[in-house]
Ligand binder design. Structure first.
Ligand code: GMT
Length: 375
């Protein structure tokens, strides 16, 4: 099939899912066209079935805010026409589902039909989308998509609670390429470059927005390192990085905390890791936790949103109430206390990820694209 993918090109989870999905579809012979303002960070052009079309927003002195949706919908029309795309898969409702709806109407005027699949990822519903500023347009564009998917049962439930949705939302979990992680286990992991042999390694990966509660990450680590010699790796960039650095300095633990910035080598970093910390305020699924689990890393997280659908309490890690920093530290210590317990959790985490394999999830998306044409 010929599929257009609209997404954010950044390190955020929705962009990562969209990019990995597009690359996997291209590997299966589908023609994939990414339409976004920058080349997606995880996109590698090893397949000739992959194309990238940049949306450029022209500056004009009158514009206080650049009208990205307008530029995006015009670009979608151009690319659908030029490449005869059959389906547009838009990731993150704001503003992508809205721009896709507008493009669809413009194409209709030209006698061209294209179907729109919208995938809801999380904050497009929970934090931003339901805000009165956007709610009307988000609800409209969800209801006017041909197919709507959400990344967890919890997100589906939340969407139906916050909006008047007139269609069934299909749940399709985030996925991982299990094979990629298997290959990683075969490679030598140079752990000694990061920590001493007797030290454990804790990791956190995010875009450091307030919803990720990076200060809780630091507080949990502070409690853990009092009992267990360990190092903390923080990967990512975002508004709360400075707050996190200040707290590290205040607690005098800077020798044991490494801020590594953004990285597209997440698998390599995760190979060092024993525990992944995700104390989020809300998390529709938690792709970062799934990636960590695939790399044999136990997860300590909150029990918010879709996290209990991914992180199984007492099996792949532990769940705690939001803000229960001491509880999360206690759980981490109970996993890290001896090699046997840690080894069991690591194996269990890795085994649990098989149900989220690319192999299982990709055909579900393909079926959805095909189903668009039966309606
Ligand atoms: O909010 C983020 O951290 C980024 C966001 C995104 O859309 O880029 O991630 C969301 O989508 C991911 C992929 O579906 C999910 O795994 C994340 O849980 C979700 N983030 C939140 O709900 C906070």
């Amino acid at each position: 099939m010929k599929i257009g993918i609209v997404c954010y090109p950044t390190f955020g989870g929705s962009g990562v899912v969209a990019t990995e999905l597009g690359m996997a579809l291209a590997d299966k012979g589908h023609e994939i066209h990414f339409i976004t303002y920058n080349q997606p960070v995880r996109l590698d052009f090893l397949s000739h079935h992959l194309h990238f079309h940049q949306v450029v927003v022209e500056e004009y002195p009158l514009f206080e805010y650049q009208p990205y949706e307008l530029a995006l919908s015009s670009k979608i029309v151009e690319i659908v026409e030029e490449h005869q795309l059959e389906v547009l898969h838009v990731h993150y409702a704001i503003p992508h589902a809205y721009a896709a709806y507008m493009a669809k109407q413009m194409l209709k005027e030209k006698g061209i039909s294209v179907k729109v699949v919208t995938t809801l990822h999380g904050t497009d519903i929970t934090l931003v989308g339901s805000h009165p500023t956007y709610k009307t347009a988000v609800e409209f564009s969800i209801n006017n998509s041909d197919v709507v998917t959400a990344v967890s049962n919890d997100l589906k439930k939340t969407t139906n609670r916050l909006f008047k949705i007139k269609k069934d939302i299909k749940v399709i979990y985030n996925f991982i390429d299990v094979e990629k992680y298997d290959n990683m286990h075969d490679q030598k992991c140079n752990r000694i470059a990061i920590a001493k042999p007797n030290e454990r390694i804790l990791t956190h990966i995010s875009n450091f927005r307030p919803v990720k509660r990076v200060e809780d990450v630091i507080q949990i680590f502070y409690e853990v390192q009092k009992e267990i010699p360990s190092k903390m790796l923080l990967i990512g960039e975002g508004p709360d990085r400075t707050k996190a650095e200040n707290l590290v300095n205040k607690l005098k633990i800077s020798d044991n905390v490494l801020f590594l910035g953004n990285s597209s080598e997440v698998t390599k970093i995760l190979c060092y890791s024993d525990i992944f910390l995700l104390p989020s305020q809300t998390e529709s699924f938690g792709l970062a936790a799934l990636e960590a689990m695939a790399a044999k890393t136990a997860v300590i997280s909150t029990n918010t949103g879709g996290l209990p659908e991914v992180n199984i309490h007492g099996v792949t890690g532990y769940l705690s109430d939001l803000g229960d920093v001491n509880g999360m530290a206690k759980n981490a210590i109970s996993i890290l206390k001896d090699d046997e317990t840690l080894g069991n959790f690591k194996e269990q985490a890795r085994n649990h990820t098989k149900r989220f394999s690319l192999e299982n999830i990709l055909p579900i998306y393909e079926k959805i694209y095909k189903s668009c044409y039966k309606n």
